[in-house]
Design a protein around this ligand. Sequence first.
Ligand SMILES: Nc1ncnc2c1ncn2[C@@H]1O[C@H](COP(=O)(O)OP(=O)(O)OP(=O)(O)O)[C@@H](O)[C@H]1O
Ligand SMILES: [Mg+2]
Length: 261
Amino acid sequence: MLELRDLVKRYRVGEGEPIRAVDGVSLNVGNGELLALYGPSGSGKSTLLDLVAALLKPDSGEVLFDGLEISALSEEGAARYRLHDLGFVSQQADLLPGALVIENAALKLWLSDPRRAQARVRPLLERLGLGDRLKQRAEQLSAGERQRLTIALALSTDPRLVLADEPTGSLDSKRGREVLGLLREVCKERGVAMLLATHDPQAAAFADRVFELRDGRLRPYEPAAVAPGARAVGGAGAVGVAGSAGPAGVAGSARAAAGAS
Ligand SMILES: Nc1ncnc2c1ncn2[C@@H]1O[C@H](COP(=O)(O)OP(=O)(O)OP(=O)(O)O)[C@@H](O)[C@H]1O
Ligand SMILES: [Mg+2]
């Protein structure tokens, strides 16, 4: 469904060497597949997602969505692609303050079908556990609830692909696991693929496949081996990296912790 071919994006700052934010990334994402891009701050995660969203043009390489080259789209074509084919879940849970929960969730549908917009998102909000909050204002929700509302907005147009950039960065680890478990479940139910950018290996574990991004280069994620006698310290991050089970094993336990099947 999504294919990245040798993508390169450089940023030129001042006179020095340009920053190679994305440095020759190739990747295939299948229908309904959940893929994590795991990497530290500055490794190129957001730049890569922006290239997929046609918010940035690559210096070289291609982004193909169902075989269609995204960087060749007109401004209008790119806007349509973002509206209909993509859903976005970001760290900030950008919502319209003052608007009701159901109005926020229906925002993207408003453009095409204002009459039926709210009726279409209602089941989705119920599925996400917000059924009894529809007529509250968005700012009255907790951080975790706001993030669930963002998921409803992202999925409201039945997109093929969700781009999630540190979606749980502002939540505590328990809430973060709940939201990721739910995001995973709902995407799987609807056959929606997801690219999840995160610096948290526990979050990455919710994906089917995990890739590591370092200085703009992508490679399959292999958790570092733990030195004998070493103890996993430092909270969530250390557990995932130190875990000997690998991504799949961590994924299993993380999903179990989140109550997912
Ligand atoms: N508009 C820009 N102009 C110049 N350099 C940029 C720009 N955007 C990003 N960069 C640089 O490109 C590199 C990758 O940045 P990017 O935001 O993609 O990283 P990231 O992995 O998303 O980081 P974080 O986890 O902090 O969000 C960094 O070195 C960053 O400083
Ligand atoms: Mg980023």
